[in-house]
Design a protein around this ligand. Structure first.
Ligand SMILES: C[S@@+](CC[C@H](N)C(=O)[O-])C[C@H]1O[C@@H](n2cnc3c(N)ncnc32)[C@H](O)[C@@H]1O
Length: 222
C-alpha cells in the first residue's frame, strides 16, 4: 500500500461515525410531510418481487415504507424494520392511505440485531441500506436467519462503481458495496446467489435523467 493510500485509510478511520448510520439523522430527515424517497416502490424490488408468490416479507431498512406498502398491495403481509421511528410512522400513514393497514407491520430495530414479528418469512428486502460494510454484512446475516428455507432475499444498493461512473447516492466509499462484497456475505449467510450485478437505475437530475449504477441482488435461503 502506498503512503498516500495509508494516509487516506488513516483519515477515514479517524473520521467520526458516519451520521447517516444513526437514528437521529434519519428521524430528522423524515420529519417533513413529504416522502423523501417518494411513495413509489423501487423498480428493482417491483420487478423481482412480482415473480414471487405473495406470503410474508421483512423489509429491512424500509424507511418511509414505499416498498413495504407496495408489497402489501400485492397481497404480502409486510413488515418494515427500521431504526427511524419517523419512517415507521410514515409507513403506517401510507398503509392507511392505501387501505392495507391489516397487512402492514412496523418494528423499530437495527439490522444486525432486530427480531422480526413475521419471522421466519418468505421474503427479505433490503433496499439502500448504505451503511459501513460490517453493518451491511451483519444485517444480511441476521435477515437471512429470519427467512424460511427456500425464501428469497432482494437487495438494492448504490454500487461502489457509482462513485466514478454514475450520479446520486452517497459519496463515501465505505457505504458503497460491490457485487463481490455482497456475494461473499450471502454465501457466508446460507444464501445462494441467483443474481448480483450492477444495473442502470437512472435518476432524475437538473440536467435530466442520468445513469446511476445500482447493485441488484436476488438470493435464496438454502
Ligand atoms: C436511503 S433510506 C432507504 C429506505 C427504503 N429502503 C427505500 O428504499 O425507500 C435508508 C434507510 O435505512 C435505515 N437504516 C440506516 N441504518 C440502519 C440500520 N443499522 N438498521 C436498520 N435500518 C437502518 C434508515 O433509517 C433509512 O430509513
Amino acid at each position: 500500500m502506498t503512503l498516500i493510500a495509508k494516509l487516506k485509510r488513516f483519515i477515514q478511520r479517524a473520521t467520526p461515525q458516519n451520521p447517516a448510520t444513526t437514528a437521529e439523522y434519519w428521524n430528522a430527515k423524515f420529519a417533513v410531510p413529504e416522502f423523501i424517497y417518494t411513495t413509489t416502490a423501487n423498480q428493482f424490488v417491483v420487478a423481482l418481487a412480482s415473480e414471487l408468490t405473495p406470503g410474508t416479507a421483512i423489509d429491512l431498512a424500509g424507511g418511509e415504507g414505499r416498498n413495504t406498502v407496495w408489497l402489501a398491495e400485492q397481497g404480502w403481509r409486510a413488515e418494515n424494520v427500521d431504526i427511524a421511528q419517523a419512517g415507521l410512522e410514515k409507513t403506517r400513514q401510507l398503509a392507511q392511505d392505501r387501505g392495507v393497514t391489516d397487512r402492514v407491520l412496523t418494528t423499530l430495530g437495527g439490522g444486525p440485531s432486530f427480531k422480526a414479528q413475521l419471522a421466519p418469512a418468505d421474503l427479505g428486502v433490503i433496499a439502500y441500506l448504505q451503511a459501513p460494510r460490517s453493518i451491511v454484512a451483519e444485517s444480511i446475516a441476521n435477515l437471512a436467519n429470519q427467512l424460511k428455507a427456500g425464501g428469497h432475499l432482494i437487495g438494492v444498493w448504490h454500487a461502489l462503481e457509482n462513485l466514478e461512473g454514475g450520479f446520486g447516492g452517497p459519496r463515501d466509499p465505505e457505504v458503497l458495496p460491490t457485487a463481490k462484497d455482497i456475494v461473499a456475505v450471502c454465501e457466508a449467510s446460507g444464501l445462494t446467489v441467483k443474481t448480483c450485478e450492477n444495473r442502470d437505475g437512472k435518476i432524475q437530475t437538473n440536467e435530466g435523467l442520468k445513469p446511476s449504477i445500482t447493485l441488484v441482488l436476488l438470493a435464496q435461503k438454502r
